[in-house]
Design a binder for this molecule. Structure first.
Ligand code: PRX
Length: 650
């Protein structure tokens, strides 16, 4: 907890000078408020955001019940909300299916021939699936999975690129009622194996390979390595994606196209209880063991549909492009489920945004007439670095709204995004939320006046606050812990196989509220300014990585006795890792050893953990109980006041 206050105190100091100036500007004057244009206001579904927010705050259950009526239910709920604190339940007694609402009801209705998915890869290969075509593919997969004895409640691991087959695999699991566990394809074999073992997955979906920066990443080989470390997987389904040479183990591995061959194109959705788990998604916390966040069929779809429709104001035949990966919650909620629940077209791009040239992303926007672009600050900063001429070549007239997610967006990046991509006219929806929240929590709606760098105010039905460690609201302008005072339908239900950790992590830190792990402050207009994490979680290019996970990657090397890692500011990635390493006797620090250590961490986590620097040291700041004080390392590294060191053993 104490660490958190230091993060807060230094948050503004970490920022580059220009950014600090802009932030101070925004906080002290109203000059930089961006009012929505008449065009945006005329179209907005919610015109008077404050009025809707007040009504929802007064009666959140009524608000969410109305939202639930936008979906189909096999049986309606008896009660909107209940459960035993903090194991809350929503739409109690209802029967539904997430895939029915995302797919079947469109394929069987008026959206049947509408494009559900457009996909493009780095090489320019393009595919399109209408809702009906996607439905038929998913149904074949459902029948094949059932024939392979996959049933309700089973776990299915998915380690795949951002291609239509990942959506098919997720939807097929949801139809059967099996829980999918998607593992980001940038994780290593060891990380994949850990997640498979925790979930005891019996099936693994993967691909021969994927495209990244012109190179083929050999996913099947990584999956094979992971499978050597697991015993639970009985079937491996491999999508032929980029014609890699792979070996299939007889009796266990099968090509995706062979697996579904000859299967019926019809399949019914399992009638799931609203509270039945739909998926588990692993995310980093303060220990080296990732947490399996559980989301359910009923409430998750309500939160995701209401937010995608209102935040992005989606209507009709729109094309929505979220540049995240399905391996993260952003991809689950706003590449796959959200757009499909809303019955619009989602775009999946497999590759990096700057290949073959730095305007690839803007070319795609123009090629497909993308209406809403939802991306991350790290990508915006990386694109800005290439120079204004790249986006300025593209008029992108189809775009009507922009979004940002994953980490605080610095005002400088916000202004660049607004000017060069939004051409000075498009509002930016800076959406704050988490794996655990399932949906946007603090975010503007299109009619909200914007302040660059602020996620503005809570979504209707959400009551957020900034408090001290006793749960007392802190004064305006003062930093504190960001908490949520009420419950919402798409909230995390538990941590897979670890309910105690669920209670401890989210509900015990500050009494009576959901603890987000973030620090923030509110300004005089009630706008929230999120500053970053309070805990030992890093945000590298928007990806969430635990310091303890990285440290155990270092300690796995035979030369390492102890290690402490911190996040240091990076102009593009937000944060990158700096490691302080104590070597065992008989080993000496060298550049070669540094490279070996970086490779060792890469092996244990994967390329997601970007290490900037490794420093050899003979001492690490520790508490009396032997815990490494990362905040002291961080303050020393950044030349800041180390703060209270009474716990430090000298
Ligand atoms: O610190 C906040 C940051 O990302 C964390 C959640 O990470 P993850 O579960 O990986 O989900 C990322 C995508 C939803 C939060 O605790 N974060 C996310 N969005 C924002 C943000 N910080 C500031 N502004 C945001 N818009």
């Amino acid at each position: 907890m104490r660490y958190a206050f230091h993060v807060m105190r230094y948050a503004i100091k970490f920022m580059p000078k220009k950014q600090t100036r802009e932030l101070t500007d925004v906080l002290t004057t109203s000059a930089r408020i961006y009012q929505p244009s008449k065009e945006v206001l005329d179209r907005a579904t919610v015109k008077d955001v404050e009025k809707v927010r007040k009504a929802a705050e007064k009666d959140p259950l009524k608000f969410w019940e109305e939202a639930a009526n936008d979906l189909s239910w096999f049986t309606k709920w008896k009660k909107v909300f209940g459960g035993r604190k903090p194991f809350y339940q929503w739409f109690i007694g209802a029967k539904t299916n997430l895939a029915y609402n995302a797919l079947d009801r469109h394929a069987e209705g008026e959206n049947r021939d509408k494009t559900a998915i457009i996909s493009e890869d780095e090489t320019g290969r393009t595919r399109r699936y209408t809702y009906f075509e996607l439905y038929k593919e998913v149904n074949k997969l459902v029948n094949a999975l059932k024939a392979a004895k996959v049933k309700k409640g089973d776990r299915v691991a998915i380690y795949m690129p951002n291609i239509p087959e990942i959506a098919m695999a997720m939807l097929a699991c949801a139809k059967i009622g099996a829980m999918h566990s998607v593992v980001y394809a940038g994780y290593s074999a060891a990380a994949l194996a850990d997640r498979i073992n925790d979930a005891k997955a019996k099936v693994l979906f993967t691909a021969d390979g994927s495209w990244r920066r012109g190179k083929a990443v050999d996913l099947k080989t990584i999956a094979d390595e992971a499978l050597k470390l697991t015993k639970t997987v009985k079937k491996v389904i491999v999508t032929k994606n980029n014609n890699q040479n792979v070996s299939l183990t007889a009796g266990r591995d099968v090509w995706f196209h062979d697996f579904i061959k000859g299967q019926s194109e019809k399949a019914k959705c399992a009638q799931m209880d609203a509270e039945d788990p739909a998926f588990v998604l692993y995310t980093s916390g303060t220990t080296s063991k990732p947490k399996g966040v559980i989301h359910v069929h009923g409430g998750y779809q309500v939160g995701v549909l209401r937010t995608i429709k209102w935040v992005f104001d989606l209507k009709g035949d729109e094309i929505f492009w979220c540049t995240a990966d399905p391996g993260w919650i952003t991809g689950h909620s706003y590449i796959i489920y959200g757009p499909l629940l809303a019955g619009i077209t989602t775009l999946q791009y497999e590759g990096v945004p700057d290949m073959p040239e730095p305007d690839r992303i803007w070319q795609i926007v123009e090629k497909y007439n993308v209406n809403v672009l939802y991306t991350a600050p790290t990508l915006i900063r990386a694109m800005a670095k290439y120079g204004d001429e790249w986006p300025d070549k593209h008029a992108m007239p189809s775009l009507r709204l922009l979004g940002s997610v994953g980490e605080p967006i610095n005002p400088e990046a916000w202004l660049w995004y607004h000017k060069h991509i939004g051409k000075g006219r498009l509002p930016i929806m800076d959406t704050w939320w988490q794996t655990e929240t399932g949906m946007h929590m603090i975010t503007p709606l299109p009619a909200t006046p914007l302040k660059p760098g602020s996620a503005t105010k809570p979504f209707p039905g959400i009551i957020a606050d900034v408090v001290d460690k006793n749960g007392k609201r802190v004064p305006t302008g003062k930093g504190g812990f960001l908490v949520i005072r009420n419950q919402w339908p798409s909230m995390i239900r538990t941590i897979f196989n670890n309910p105690d950790r669920y209670v401890k992590t989210y509900w015990k830190e500050i009494k009576g509220v959901y603890f987000t792990g973030d620090v923030a402050f509110k300004d005089k207009d009630g706008y929230f300014w999120i500053q970053g994490r309070t805990d030992d979680v890093l945000k590298i290019a928007g990806h969430r990585i635990g310091t303890a996970e990285v440290e155990s990657g270092f300690v796995a090397h035979k030369a390492v006795a102890e290690c402490g890692v911190i996040g240091v500011p990076d102009p593009v990635k937000g944060e990158v890792i700096k490691a302080f390493v104590i070597l065992k006797q008989g080993f000496e620090g060298s550049d070669v050893l540094k490279q070996e250590l970086v490779a060792c961490v890469r092996k244990s986590i994967g390329p997601v953990a970007v290490i900037k620097d490794v420093a050899f040291t003979d001492k690490l700041p520790k508490t009396r109980s032997g815990k490494i004080m990362r905040r002291v390392l961080k303050a020393q590294e950044l030349g800041l006041d180390v703060g209270d060191t009474s716990a430090l053993v000298s």
